[in-house]
Design a binder for this molecule. Structure first.
Ligand SMILES: Nc1ncnc2c1ncn2[C@@H]1O[C@H](COP(=O)(O)OP(=O)(O)OP(=O)(O)O)[C@@H](O)[C@H]1O
Length: 665
C-alpha cells in the first residue's frame, strides 16, 4: 500500500522536498504560534479560560531517538524506484518529520501523510486541533506545568474533586515517558501543596487544632496501582515469583464491578502514605512490576493499561467526599492488524484494548460535550472495565467536581504518520469551547442555579435555623435529663422570638452581596466549609457542629443542582418531541410498538442529534414517495431505531453480565 512505512522510506527524498516546500510556504503566511504565556510567567498569570474546562486535550510528540530511523525503517530493495547509492546499496534511513507543530496554544499538529498517485508520491497535510501542543523540544517539567499545574489538578483532588490524567498513543510514542514524569512530579508536589491547604483550613478553624495537625498534615493519602491487561485486572503492588508460559508474572485476578451502593472499588492493596519519598518508592515498585512484552512496534511496549489512584481524605472533614487523582498510562493504541503476528492470547488482548480505548473515547467525548453545552449527555461508562474504573469522572450523578486531561502522543516519524492521524483524530474531538456565558436563567424555586442573592440568603438562613433549633433542642434534652435525675423539672423549651435565634454564623459572610447559590455551587466542599468557619459568630455552634453542618449544606445544594439538571434533561427531551410535532403539523399517532417513556428517552439520548436527522430523512422520503407518514413511515422509522437501540443495550448488558460472572469466578 502506498502509505506503508516501507514505501515512505523508499520515496523519502521526494517527501522531504515536498515537506520543505510546504513548510516554507506555510511560514510565509504565518509564523509558528507559541504558548500564550511564557513558562516563567505561568505561575503569576491568572488561569486561562481553558482551565475552566472539564476536559483538556494536549498533543505531544517526542524527538527522534539516536539511530531510530535507521534501525526501525528500511526501504524495500525490490520497490520500484527504490533509492540506491552509487554502489547499488540502499542508503541509511535518515529521520524525516511526520509532524509539524504550527501552534502551541491553541495546539495544532499537522500530520504529513504520504500517499501514491499515478503521477508519483504525494503528501497530504492534515491539521488537528487541541488545547495545547507540545513539540519535541518541550521537556517534561514544562508539560507538567502547562497541564497539571495550570489546570490546578492537585488542588482539585485536595478539595474533594477528581483529577484524571490519561496518556494515549501508539506504542513507542512516549506515553510512559510522560506519565512517569507526571507521577514523579505529583509525588514531589502533592504533599507540600496538601500542607498549604491544610494550614489554611486549620487557620479558619481557629483554636480547635487536632493534636499533631499543626503542620497542616490533615490529609490521609491511600494509593493503589491496578493493571488492566485485556479483560483481566490485577494488582501491580502484589509481588509474585510465579510466571506463566509467556513469562508474565501470575497475579490474582481482581474483580471490577459496582458494589451495592454503586461504587467501583476493586479490592486492591492500599498503602497509606505520608511523604513524597514513600509515594516515589511505591511508584517505582509498581512500575517495575508492570508487564511489558514485545510487539511489532517496540521491544518493551506496554500492552496493558496501568492505573495509579491516589485517594485523598481530609481528616478535618471526615464526611466530605474523598478527592482522587487517577493517572492512567493507556495501552498502545496500534491497530488490531499490527498484532496479527502474535499468538491468540495477545490478539485477544489487542482486541480488548482497542475496544476499551473506543469506549473511553465515547465517554470522554460525551463528558466534554456535556460540559461545553451545560446539558445532559448519555455517558456509557458501564460498557467496559476501563471506563467503569473511571466512573468518578464519568458518572453524571456524582456530586464531585472532576477534570480529565488527555495527552495524546504521536511518533515524530513520517513512516508512522498513518498511526499519528489515528491518534490525533481520536483525541482532537475532545477539544471543546468552554460554555458561553448566558444571561440569567428564569427563576425556578427548585433550581439553585436561578436563585438571586436574597433567595440564597433565605435558603442558607433556613438551613442554619433548622440546625440551630436542633442544637438548642439537643442541649435542652441533656439538661432536662440531668434535672430529672436531680428530681427537678426543667422549664419547657420555648420557641425563640422572631429574629432572636442565634444561628451561630454571619450568613452575609458566607454569601456576601452579589453572591448567589450558583457561585456557592462552584465551591469545593472544603472551600465552603472554610467560608462557614470564617463566618462563625458567637458560641451557638461549636466548630465541629458547624463543620458537619457545612458539609451537609453544600451536599444538599449540590443535590438540588443535580436534581434540577436531571429535570431539565427530561424537559429538553419532551420539548424535542414537541418541536417534532410542530414541525410535522400534527400530533404523532401511537407507534406500532408501545414504548416505555424512559426507554424512549434513553434511546433518544443514545442517538443524540442523529435521532432528528434520521426522522427528517425518513419524512422527506415519505413525502417524496407519497407514503402515509404518520400511520406508516413514522412508526416504522422509530421502531427500527428502537430495535437498533435495544440490540445495543442488550449487548452492553450481556457484556456487563459476562464481566460480573467472570469477576465472580
Ligand atoms: N519527549 C521525549 N524526549 C526524549 N525521549 C523520549 C520522549 N518521549 C519518549 N522518549 C523515549 O522514547 C522511547 C519510547 O517511549 P515510551 O516507552 O514512553 O513509549 P510508550 O508510548 O509508553 O510505549 P509503550 O506503549 O510501548 O509503553 C523511550 O526510550 C523514551 O525514553
Amino acid at each position: 500500500m502506498a502509505t506503508s512505512a516501507t514505501l515512505t522510506t523508499t520515496y523519502l527524498s521526494t517527501f522531504r522536498t515536498i515537506l520543505d516546500e510546504w513548510n516554507q510556504n506555510r511560514l510565509k503566511i504565518s509564523p509558528t504560534k507559541g504558548f500564550r504565556v511564557p513558562l516563567v510567567e505561568l505561575k503569576q498569570s491568572p488561569p486561562s479560560k481553558d482551565a475552566l474546562k472539564d476536559v483538556i486535550v494536549a498533543f505531544r510528540t517526542r524527538p527522534s531517538l539516536p539511530n531510530e530511523a535507521a534501525d526501525k525503517f528500511h526501504a524495500d530493495p525490490d520497490a520500484k524506484d527504490a533509492p540506491v547509492d552509487e554502489d547499488g546499496q540502499l542508503p541509511a534511513v535518515e529521520f524525516c518529520s511526520g509532524i509539524t507543530v504550527t501552534s502551541a496554544e491553541p495546539g495544532v499538529f499537522v500530520a504529513h501523510v504520504p500517499g501514491m498517485k499515478w503521477s508519483g508520491p504525494t503528501l497530504t497535510h492534515k491539521p488537528y486541533e487541541a488545547d495545547l501542543a507540545f513539540g519535541p523540544d518541550i521537556d517534561n517539567e514544562e508539560v507538567y506545568q502547562r497541564t497539571v499545574v495550570t489546570n490546578d489538578i492537585l488542588s482539585l483532588a485536595l478539595s474533594g474533586g477528581v483529577g484524571c490524567i490519561l496518556a494515549y498513543g501508539q506504542t513507542g510514542s512516549g506515553k510512559t515517558y510522560t506519565m512517569e514524569s507526571v507521577e514523579h512530579r505529583i509525588a514531589r508536589d502533592l504533599f507540600d501543596q496538601a500542607r498549604v491547604v491544610g494550614k489554611r483550613l486549620l487557620l479558619a478553624q481557629g483554636g480547635d487544632v487536632p493534636a499533631g495537625a499543626e503542620s497542616g498534615d490533615i490529609f490521609e493519602f491511600n494509593v493503589t496501582f491496578l493493571e488492566l491487561l485485556g479483560k483481566h485486572a490485577s494488582d501491580l503492588l502484589e509481588s509474585t515469583e510465579e510466571v506463566d508460559a509467556q513469562g508474565n508474572p501470575v497475579r490474582t485476578e481482581i474483580a471490577v464491578r459496582e458494589d451495592k451502593v454503586g461504587n467501583v472499588r476493586p479490592n486492591l492493596i492500599s498503602s497509606t502514605l505520608r511523604t513524597s519519598a514513600e509515594l516515589e518508592e511505591l511508584i517505582n515498585k509498581a512500575l517495575s512490576h508492570r508487564r511489558t512484552s514485545a510487539t511489532l512496534r517496540n521491544a518493551t511496549s506496554s500492552r496493558s493499561h496501568a492505573m495509579l489512584t491516589i485517594s485523598i481524605k481530609n481528616t478535618l472533614l471526615p464526611y466530605a467526599d474523598e478527592g482522587q487523582l487517577i493517572l492512567v498510562d493507556l495501552a498502545g493504541s496500534e491497530r488490531y492488524e499490527d498484532s496479527k503476528d502474535h499468538d491468540k492470547q495477545r490478539m485477544e488482548e489487542a482486541r480488548d484494548n482497542n475496544k476499551s480505548l473506543m469506549n473511553l473515547k465515547e465517554c470522554v467525548r460525551a463528558k466534554a460535550k456535556m460540559a461545553a453545552e451545560d446539558g445532559f449527555v448519555h455517558i456509557p461508562w458501564r460498557s467496559n472495565k476501563l471506563t467503569m474504573l473511571l466512573k468518578p469522572i464519568f458518572d453524571i450523578e456524582s456530586r464531585q467536581p472532576s477534570k480529565a486531561l488527555i495527552i495524546a502522543h504521536v511518533s515524530p516519524h513520517i513512516q508512522d504518520s498513518v498511526h499519528s492521524t489515528n491518534t490525533l483524530s481520536y483525541a482532537a474531538p475532545f477539544k471543546t469551547v468552554p460554555p458561553k456565558p448566558r444571561g440569567p436563567a428564569p427563576y425556578d424555586a427548585e433550581d439553585p442555579r436561578t436563585w438571586d442573592h436574597a433567595k440564597t440568603v433565605e435558603w442558607l438562613t433556613t438551613q442554619f435555623t433548622k440546625r440551630a433549633l436542633k442544637t438548642r433542642q439537643v442541649d435542652w434534652n441533656v439538661k432536662a435529663k440531668a434535672a430529672k435525675l436531680a428530681g427537678k423539672t426543667l422549664k419547657p423549651l420555648e420557641a425563640p422570638a422572631p429574629g432572636q435565634l442565634d444561628l451561630g454564623v454571619d450568613i452575609l459572610k458566607i454569601c456576601p452581596e452579589g453572591y448567589t447559590a450558583k457561585n456557592l455551587g462552584t465551591l469545593y466542599t472544603p472551600q465552603f466549609v472554610q467560608r462557614c468557619l470564617e463566618a462563625r459568630s458567637g458560641e451557638a455552634l461549636t466548630m465541629d457542629t458547624l463543620k458537619n453542618a457545612a458539609v451537609d449544606m453544600i451536599g444538599n445544594l449540590f443535590y438540588l443542582i443535580i436534581t434540577a439538571k436531571s429535570r431539565k434533561r427530561n424537559e429538553i427531551m419532551k420539548s424535542r418531541k414537541k418541536i417534532a410535532v410542530e414541525a410535522y403539523g400534527e400530533a404523532p399517532p401511537r407507534t406500532t410498538t408501545e414504548y416505555d417513556e424512559e426507554e424512549f428517552l434513553e434511546a433518544q439520548i443514545f442517538y443524540g442529534t442523529d435521532w432528528q436527522k434520521i426522522i427528517i430523512a425518513a419524512h422527506k422520503k415519505y413525502k417524496e414517495e407519497g407514503g402515509d407518514w404518520w400511520n406508516e413511515g413514522y412508526p416504522k422509522t422509530t421502531d427500527a431505531m428502537m430495535d437498533k437501540f435495544r440490540v445495543h443495550k442488550a449487548a452492553v448488558e450481556a457484556e456487563k453480565a459476562a464481566a460480573a460472572e467472570e469477576a465472580d469466578e
